[in-house]
Design a protein around this ligand. Structure first.
Ligand code: XMP
Length: 322
């Protein structure tokens, strides 16, 4: 792994921003660049750096993949438009669900369902249509570390694992945050003018709710896990934690509803304490809070009869289940 880390202690956010703006201008030259904004802190910082460096020469797209949380895309578009950054929403739901059909293996989901569709299909077309020569993306140091170590293939890592994006997808990739871990990215987010709603946002994976459905991903299962996610996020918003989530398990369990047998779904709740996602421990969430989450999940999400709370640590668990 050739990339070196800039630690939080060594980071001077203003100098970092100036240096990256300069580097982006040099890399893009007179060309047009594009990037995909998910609203996560990484892609948001990249959007701001790109906008600062390139102005109208950066085209920012919000890809509606059908896998985002409730109202997420609209809210992100609103925030960025409010900051004077033009963003365009492109609806590609059908392509993602078609690619995910029948896919069970987690790595295959990332590779076939997300990486291939996103970069080769959707982005290659956007690059072509917009005339862009460069794709900017928010890969961070931890992504390449874990991918290089063979733990989990992050969907946004190419060169570090020997894929030449120019050859494979037909465009150059610029990754301004490659030397930073998450806490440093948050510092840069504040310095570049992003509101706390973005800079302090709990992480959310690029493959979105796809990472929270075990086995095959279908629109129905995504709808279910989306409803569960809204409840878990509402109830845990006040808890001091690194990240929290709902996971839909594929095996069904016997339950009882209205005096009748109900062979239903189970949701696993995870809530993590962590500094940088490399290691993590379960948050000591008050039992009353967990009970309230369980009551809401079983009464508000159709078909859910069982709720569990994960008490394993990372390692050997991972933060996401897929
Ligand atoms: P894991 O599950 O590897 O997660 O312990 C570590 C951190 O990374 C996020 N994550 C991802 N982010 N693409 C991303 O952009 C991915 O494929 C991916 N997988 C996990 C996860 O939410 C956690 O913060």
């Amino acid at each position: 792994m050739s990339t070196k880390e800039i630690t939080l202690e060594a980071l001077n956010p203003k100098e970092f921003i100036d240096a990256q703006v300069k580097a982006i201008r040099e890399a893009v030259g007179d060309d047009v660049a594009i990037n995909a904004l998910s609203g996560g802190v990484d892609s948001s910082v990249v959007t701001m750096l790109g906008h600062k460096a390139l102005g109208d020469k950066l085209k920012t797209y919000l890809v509606e993949n059908g896998l985002m949380r409730e109202g997420e895309l609209e809210r992100i578009a609103e925030i960025f438009r409010g900051l004077g950054v033009p963003v365009e929403i492109v609806d590609e739901r059908e392509k993602f669900f078609a690619a995910l059909k029948g896919v069970i293996d987690p790595e295959e989901k990332r590779e076939k369902g997300i990486t291939q569709v996103f970069y080769k299909d959707i982005f290659a077309k956007l690059v072509k249509d917009s005339g862009a020569k460069v794709l900017m993306q928010g890969t961070i140091f931890t992504d390449i570390e874990e991918t290089a170590a063979g733990i989990k293939r992050q969907h946004n890592v190419f060169e570090q694992i020997g894929i030449d994006p120019q050859e494979a997808f037909g465009y150059k990739v610029v990754e301004p945050l490659i030397e930073l871990r998450k806490p440093a990215v948050r510092e840069v987010a504040r310095a570049v003018g992003l509101p706390p709603e973005i800079s302090d946002r709990p992480p959310f994976p690029g493959p979105a709710l796809c990472a929270r459905v075990i086995d095959e991903v279908t629109p129905e299962k995504i709808d279910l896990v989306r409803k569960a996610t809204t409840i878990v996020e509402e109830e845990l918003a006040g808890v001091d934690a690194f990240q929290y989530m709902a996971i839909l398990h594929s095996d069904q369990v016997t339950g009882i509803r209205d005096g009748k047998r109900d062979f239903g779904r189970q949701i696993e709740v995870r809530c993590w304490d962590s500094a940088d996602a490399v290691t993590a421990t379960p948050t000591d969430v008050p039992f009353a809070t967990l009970r309230k989450i369980a009551d809401r999940l079983t009464s508000e999400v159709p078909g859910v009869v069982s709720v569990t709370y994960n008490i394993g640590t990372k390692p050997p668990s991972c933060i996401e289940a897929v």
